[in-house]
Design a protein around this ligand. Structure first.
Ligand code: NDP
Ligand code: OXD
Length: 343
């Protein structure tokens, strides 16, 4: 869109191609291209986002859904859990940025405008938080903290033997940006690490497996299983009774990826049979977790409200601004999502 201004703004003037200058009959008029960004959905730290976007992308107008400019003139969408039915309205958008590492919230929506590039966030802050969360849960399970909490309730002073870290193998499903960082941190405690991915990987100090054919071999020695997979057609419902039965009896589960990876009923059965000893769940089929969901009160389940790795605007603003500038300059986008693969 081209807009007239009735004041001089040399900062903007310098950015405008010459053919856009239009001298007016009286007064000083300048003409420049207006570029628009819309923040759409559940945006945590909205005030920070607005402040940072205005300072890092000063040539953009920033809007927050639903008070936005003409939908056809939105250049960039920054989204997280957008309201249903909104995406199709942004057919002229040039770039969609997921305000998280996952993009299932976008790709599972049939309304997503076709052909618009989607980029996701890859930030060291997310990896650090995820490593803290997973390490906390692994150590809690390996050192039997849940059992000690139980003993405390009945004031029992009792020693419970626990496996050494060297004898407690952690299996990570999804050894991408987050999984590989988590693995490096867990290695420092001496946990043997196994990893499972879609394609073959070779990572020093990690026993790597890939593809459906190697899944059961991967699982058979995992004392704890950590899910850090993206949610795709292939991985939906992957944490089910077949997987639980392929783990050593009494294994632990940590799901920090997406709720739809887990068949919740299968987990409850496996917990009740002792096949799975305990689970730490950060994500759920339906969020927020409904008040009557049995996971809330299961004695062997830890529930957290999707907080393992929260996007902090200050950590990622540079990446967001870079993506916008690269889009403008037709440069290859970083962290571009492969919409066919779903991650
Ligand atoms: P990446 O894309 O970097 O890594 C994905 C990994 O999963 C890769 O190793 C990939 O294999 C593997 N994978 C994908 N599909 C399959 C498949 N069909 N079979 C086996 N392996 C597969 O993702 P990130 O590490 O950045 O993030 C992972 C997920 O974590 C996000 O998608 C998001 O859902 C979740 N997340 C959750 C957060 C929370 O707070 N709970 C916060 C941030 C992210 P390959 O290496 O072969 O490509
Ligand atoms: C993410 C998340 O994908 O917070 O970043 O779940």
């Amino acid at each position: 869109m081209v807009k007239c201004l009735q004041h001089k703004d040399y900062r903007l003037l310098n950015k405008i191609p010459e053919q856009h200058y239009q001298p007016a009959e009286c007064g000083i008029y300048e003409v420049f291209v207006v570029k628009n960004i819309v923040l759409l959905g559940d945006i945590e730290y909205l005030d920070n986002w607005l402040k940072l976007l205005k300072s890092d992308l000063p040539d953009y107008e920033i809007y927050v859904w639903p008070d936005i400019c003409d939908k056809n003139e939105v250049d960039v969408l920054l989204t997280w859990n957008h309201p249903k039915g909104t995406l199709s309205q942004f057919s002229n958008t040039k770039l969609i940025i997921s305000l998280g590492a996952g993009v299932d919230h976008l790709l599972y929506d049939p309304d997503i405008p076709l052909g618009v590039p989607v980029v996701r966030l890859v930030a060291s802050g997310l990896s650090v938080q995820m490593a803290e969360y997973v390490s906390l849960a692994i150590l809690l399970f390996q050192r039997r903290l849940l059992d000690y909490i139980d003993l405390q309730k009945s004031r029992q002073w009792k020693y419970l033997p626990s496996p050494s870290a060297e004898n407690f193998t952690v299996g990570i499903m999804g050894i991408g940006v987050l999984g590989s960082y988590v693995a490096e941190k867990l290695k420092t405690f001496s946990f043997p690490i196994r990893a499972w991915s879609r394609t073959a990987r070779n990572i020093q100090g990690i026993e790597c497996f890939y593809g459906k054919d190697q899944l059961k071999t991967f699982l058979c020695r995992c004392n704890a299983l950590v899910c850090l997979l993206p949610l795709t057609r292939e991985t939906q419902g992957i944490l089910n009774k077949n997987i639980f039965n392929a783990l050593p009896k009494g294994a632990f589960l940590i799901n920090s990826a997406r709720g739809k990876h887990l068949v919740e009923e299968d987990l409850i059965q496996s917990l009740d049979s002792g096949q799975i000893s305990a689970a730490c769940l950060d994500v759920f089929q339906n969020e927020p977790l409904s008040i009557d969901n049995p996971l809330w009160s299961h004695p062997r389940v830890i529930v957290t409200p999707h907080i393992s790795a929260v996007t902090i605007p200050e950590d990622v603003i540079e990446q967001v601004a870079n993506a916008v500038r690269r889009m403008e300059s037709n440069l290859p986008l970083k962290n571009l999502v492969n919409t066919d693969l779903g991650y």
